[in-house]
Design a protein around this ligand. Structure first.
Ligand code: GRF
Length: 213
């Protein structure tokens, strides 16, 4: 069975959605850079091994990433999942997990990479916002797109209401992407394109729900 390591930094709701999705995977470990991450307790309660590699204990990114990789590799994962993991990773780390590390980003990439995506979406006045699951490549929040979900931006939205609408969709598309990977259907090709079932990019590539869904 596909062995999975999940990296979190905080709340861990995406990790919870993955743990609760009945996926054909073995959750080998949940690892956090933040000892206070709320998600760690949830994982422990579910009988999943947890570990903390605190970035504050290391002099620089290279040393932190080396320690993190050592901890990850102890669990021999087939797939590394960044689920709200809020550290920028070195190129060497990303290369080590090439084609077997995925991330969720709370925006429709390539729009709004980086932080504060919901605030920025409201500021820009976009009418459609959403979330993206992608393979991780060295540049932050850039990377071959696996699946996206779109949501409308409503006239009375605050960043909190918009974030909540997007988060609901994050909890749908992330398990879908992991399921495809675990079933051996999802691959990152050498040329950087994504394939599903040996064909082109996943279909449907976009989940476009109504606000109520
Ligand atoms: C999510 O919105 C995720 O897309 C972003 O950080 C947030 C983490 O939330 N990268 P949670 O920890 O999964 O609840």
């Amino acid at each position: 069975m596909t062995r999975v390591v999940v990296l979190i930094s905080g709340r861990g709701s995406n990790m919870q959605a993955l743990l609760g999705a009945g996926l054909p995977v073995e959750f080998a470990a949940v690892i956090s850079n933040n000892p206070d991450a709320a998600g760690l307790a949830f994982a422990r309660q579910r009988g999943v091994a947890t570990a903390v590699v605190n970035h504050r204990d290391y002099p620089d990114r290279t040393a932190f990433d080396a320690a993190l990789a050592e901890e990850i590799d102890r669990h021999r994962p087939d797939l590394v999942i960044l689920a709200g993991f809020m550290r920028v990773l070195t190129d060497a780390f990303v290369e080590r997990y090439r084609a077997r590390m995925i991330n969720i980003h709370p925006a429709l990439l390539p729009a709004f990479p980086g932080l504060h995506t919901h605030e920025r979406a409201l500021e820009e006045g976009v009418k459609v916002h959403g979330c993206t699951v992608h393979f991780v490549t060295p540049e932050v929040d850039v990377g071959p797109i696996i699946i996206q979900a779109a949501v409308p931006v409503l006239a009375d939205d605050t960043s909190d209401s918009l974030a909540a609408r997007v988060l609901k969709q994050e909890h749908r598309i992330f398990p879908q992407a992991v399921r495809w990977f675990a079933e051996g259907r999802l691959k990152l090709r050498g040329d950087g394109t994504v394939e599903l079932d040996g064909a082109g990019p996943p279909q449907p590539p976009l989940i476009s729900p109504t606000p109520e869904q």
